[in-house]
Design a protein around this ligand. Structure first.
Ligand SMILES: Cc1ncc(COP(=O)(O)O)c(C=O)c1O
Length: 391
């Protein structure tokens, strides 16, 4: 059997009629940038989120950038963030001229360890960026309280968690801004690049409208320095056609995850769900991750590692005074994690095949097993290393 990591062609065929109709409508309209499709999608997505405003933009990276600038982040400021994320989270911070200040992750959930944030706050801290990684949300309540006490805005990176809910609030709607990616494989994906920012602030909304469109307040009048970051009409129409499916797709992701966990929980370290988890990715840990990945590949199962090198150890960020060993839980996870196939069109038979292959590998190679005991070891790693100053 062949089980690809993802299959966007199968995805396209599951929505072909709606998407084809939407694309044709735009092509025939003669209106391709900042038109009615964008406006309708922004309104519908805002309604889905329960947010006052949504502003479409060109990518998730630029959604984070625009949100940071709208929150007042600029040159030489500091932004607290995790290193265990897609590097674009960090690129967006760098694009503002600010410095990323890294905190470690929680060993259960792979997302920001909110207890470690306060010690990183300095007079230059201008934002905190929790990343809802793999589809699971950061524990926002203590973070919001900390941000309110210190006067620091929280900007949620929702790229991997569109549709997740935390204490009745959609991901992205609790912080000052929420930044979304519509990269094709995301829970809600365009057929190209795309992103959006949501906010409840009218002032923030108006600023985002200017920033994404050359800083213009009206045509050819530039009130501030902006960029070109717009969600085009074709992608807006495609997203609008798919939005009604998001709830059912996330439910299917959860069902697939439950099936994986049921089959694998005694064999490998399966995801721990602290908050609502919409499973953009289903990530396990193995004691022999590389061997397992190789074996699965030979058996026709596609896997990936999210992410093999944390941001603080990437060449682009090595110029800073951050070293290996500084973020022990992040680095521990990096060596053990493996993302299994996860997309709504995956069949139960395919999921069962993946489970069987993993079980077989662990049977012949017991070192590949991972359990709660390893998880305890990760916690020891955390507490045995004294905090290192990252800057
Ligand atoms: C957590 C996270 N943040 C930001 C991004 C950037 O989004 P985009 O690829 O749309 O620029 C991604 C997607 O790769 C992501 O996964």
């Amino acid at each position: 059997m062949n089980v690809p990591f993802g299959d966007l062609k199968v995805h396209y065929h599951s929505v072909k009629q709606e998407v084809d109709t939407a694309v044709k409508r735009v092509l025939e309209s003669g209106y391709y940038i900042l038109g009615p499709e964008l406006k309708t999608f922004e309104e519908n997505f805002a309604q889905y989120l329960g947010a006052n405003y949504v502003v479409g933009c060109a990518s998730g990276t630029e959604a984070i950038y625009l949100a940071l600038v709208a929150a007042g982040v600029g040159q030489d400021d500091e932004v607290i963030v995790v290193a265990h994320t897609a590097v674009p989270t960090i690129s967006a911070i760098s694009m503002t001229g600010a410095q990323p200040v890294f905190v470690d992750i929680h060993p259960d959930t792979y997302v920001m360890d909110v207890t470690k944030v306060e010690s990183k706050i300095t007079a230059r801290t201008k934002a905190i960026v929790p990343v809802h990684l793999y589809g699971q949300m950061v524990d926002l309540e203590p973070l919001m309280k900390l941000g309110a006490d210190k006067g620091i805005p929280i900007i949620e990176d929702v790229a991997q968690a569109t549709g997740a809910v935390y204490k009745k609030a959609q991901a992205g709607t609790t912080g000052a801004f929420g930044a979304f990616s519509f990269y094709p494989s995301k829970n809600l994906g365009a057929f190209g690049d795309g992103g959006a920012v949501c906010t409840n602030s009218t002032e923030g909304y108006e600023r985002l409208l200017r920033l994404r469109n050359y800083g213009q307040s009206k045509r050819y009048y530039h009130d501030e320095i902006g960029i070109n970051s717009r969600l085009d009409e074709i992608q807006s129409a495609i997203l609008g056609a798919q939005l009604p499916h998001l709830t059912e797709w996330n439910a299917r992701r959860k069902a697939i995850a439950a099936r994986y966990t049921q089959g694998l929980r005694d064999v490998v370290f399966t995801p721990v769900e602290h908050n609502d988890h919409v499973f953009h990715l289903y990530v396990i840990q193995s004691g022999d991750r590389d061997g397992m990945q190789q074996y699965l590949s030979e058996k026709g199962v596609g896997t990936l590692i999210h992410y093999p090198v944390p941001a603080h150890l990437q060449k682009a960020y090595r110029y800073r005074d951050v070293n290996e060993g500084d973020l022990p839980v992040t680095e521990y996870a990096t060596k053990r994690i493996l993302s299994l196939p996860m997309f709504p069109q995956l069949s139960d038979e395919q999921v069962d095949y993946v489970i069987d292959q993993i079980k077989q590998y662990v049977q012949v190679n017991p070192a590949a097993k991972a359990s709660q005991a390893d998880f305890a070891a990760a916690k020891t790693v955390t507490s045995s290393v004294s905090p290192v100053k990252l800057r």
